[in-house]
Ligand binder design. Structure first.
Ligand code: NAD
Length: 485
């Protein structure tokens, strides 16, 4: 039975309750986990509060050495962890390995920040006075994460939080607690001082709620559903809150696009990870001149997608995360049909041995249909035909989300219009909506987020606080705005 990790010890929850995690491809249990509660969360927050002071007192390059150790251990263990991601979350093994690689990349990148963590030095308006900024940690940070990137998303947050000198209490999704336990074991092995990182498995309604409301917590970094994010924002009070929420990402295909490239990108974007990436493409906005041809090409490729257990070689698409996700897809198939879109393939469950759902394509969708507006988070793609670039931009921007986007065109003007006019945090030109790199900022606009950008140099902004320092060595009172020339 797996434990929770508080103040450097693996312990049972005071709730005395447990829950199980299941392999979505086989529905078999893969372990029993502690159902943490609010009391455990308070205990973990106290531990992080005490440990954080020492951690912040350590020079950042020394903190970085532990982050480099984590990178090295993750690299050594990549195959085992990748298989674990596939077993617990369902994505195919190459993607499971990719999940771990993202964590390796971000730990390497953020460890490098240990020798930067730049502030600014600027001239003062007064003589014999220095003016500069420096970075301080926020304090204790609650990290609350989803199941779809069970190693990468927590790593993106924790690598940045750690290099900035924060203490962490992490609550992973109850669909992927084993990945969390194994990641924390690696932190422990890398030499992380006790109390700096604490892990609580358990429900959002008790553990998560305490992590959000507790006044000893100064920052919250959350990735998950928009509804959960909005709820957190209402309860957090005066805390730094970073929200990375849902998406309804679109791919624009213009009539001059290379359709071979487009089909590769759509198949990867819409059906990779069974459509369960936050950046997955769920809408194709195709120029009407090529929409029919594109539909035929897509159908031919969709027919070849091999669905099954992601650990088996040759599988292209794994299961959905759980039964609820399958039911949600079924619900949207009904909605799409009633709205008048044409279901041209898929639309139903796959093998009953796991939570499988067939790759699905709707054509004849209108931008305002619910299937084209709401996040389904499964392999359900809607195609919308448009007359021209103006209509394509209008359609892609018609949703209340703004994470990723893409355009396929050979026309430079349309490419730059997409870059400037699409309301999203990411725009890809002649590539799909997915595939972020650790050294570039990641995040969305509108309903997808509240302005935070994770990863890259902006990653440290979420987890550090700027202090402005005035150092006056004039030996007299100098008044800003008054004693200037
Ligand atoms: P979710 O919101 O159901 O859960 C996310 C986490 O929040 C889990 O750990 C859950 O236990 C916890 N939680 C639930 N209720 C809570 C509460 N009241 N207080 C505190 N914590 C609570 O989301 P999910 O199903 O795990 O993840 C899928 C969603 O995540 C999708 O909407 C997807 O688009 C989004 N996502 C976004 C990004 C991004 O970067 N924008 C990345 C990955 C996933």
């Amino acid at each position: 039975m797996h434990k929770i990790y508080i103040d450097g010890s693996w312990v049972n929850s005071s709730s005395g309750k447990t829950f199980e995690s299941f392999n979505p491809a086989t529905k078999k249990s893969i372990g029993t986990f502690q159902q943490g509660n609010a009391a455990d969360a308070r205990h973990a927050i106290d531990a992080a509060y005490d440990a954080q002071k020492k951690w912040a007192g350590m020079p950042a390059p020394s903190r970085a050495r532990i982050l480099f150790n984590i990178r090295d251990l993750l690299t050594k263990d990549k195959e085992r962890l990748g298989r674990l991601v596939t077993t617990e979350m369902g994505k195919i093994l190459p993607e499971g390995l990719g999940d771990v690689q993202e964590a390796i990349d971000i730990f390497e990148y953020m460890a490098g920040e240990g020798r930067r963590l730049f502030g600014h030095t600027v001239p003062s308006e007064l003589p014999d006075k220095f003016a500069m900024t420096t970075r301080l940690p926020i304090g204790v940070v609650s990290v609350i994460t989803p199941w779809n990137f069970p190693i990468a998303v927590p790593a993106w947050k924790m690598a940045a939080a750690l290099i900035c000198g924060n203490g962490i209490v992490w609550k992973p999704s109850s669909d992927t607690p084993l990945c969390a336990v194994e990641l924390v074991k690696i932190f422990e092995k890398a030499g992380m001082p006790k109390g700096v990182v604490n892990l609580l498995t358990g429900p959002g309604s008790s553990v998560g709620d305490e992590l959000v409301r507790n006044r000893a917590v100064s920052g919250i970094s959350f990735t998950g559903h928009r509804d959960t994010g909005e709820d957190i924002l209402r309860k957090a009070g005066v805390k730094r809150v970073g929200l990375e929420l849902g998406g309804k990402n679109g791919i624009i295909v213009m009539d001059d696009a290379d359709l071979g490239l487009v089909v590769d990108g759509i198949i990867w974007g819409a059906y990779g990870t069974s459509g369960q990436r936050c950046t997955a493409a769920s809408r194709v906005i195709a120029h009407e001149k090529i929409a029919g041809k594109l539909e035929k090409l897509l159908l031919a490729r969709i027919a070849k997608i091999k669905i099954g257990d992601g650990l088996q070689k040759g599988t292209d698409m794994g299961p959905l995360i759980n039964e609820g996700a399958v039911r949600k897809c079924e619900k949207y198939i009904d909605i799409g049909k009633k709205e008048g879109a044409k279901l041209v393939c898929g639309g139903k469950k796959g093998s009953a041995s796991g939570h499988f759902f067939l790759p699905t394509l709707f054509t004849g969708a209108a931008p305002d249909m619910r299937i084209a507006q709401e996040e389904i988070f499964g392999p359900v793609l809607s195609m919308i035909a448009v007359k021209n670039m103006d209509k394509a931009i209008e359609a892609i921007n018609s949703v209340d989300y703004g994470l990723s986007s893409s355009i396929y065109t050979k026309d430079m003007k349309n490419a730059f219009r997409a870059i400037c006019e699409i309301e999203a945090g990411l725009t890809y030109v002649n590539s799909s909506t997915i595939g972020s790199e650790a050294h570039l900022p990641f995040g969305g606009v509108k309903g997808t987020g509240n302005g935070v950008r994770e990863a890259g140099i902006t990653g440290i902004e979420e987890f550090s606080s700027i202090k402005t320092v005035y150092f006056d060595y004039s030996g007299r009172l100098q008044r800003a705005q008054i004693d200037t020339d």
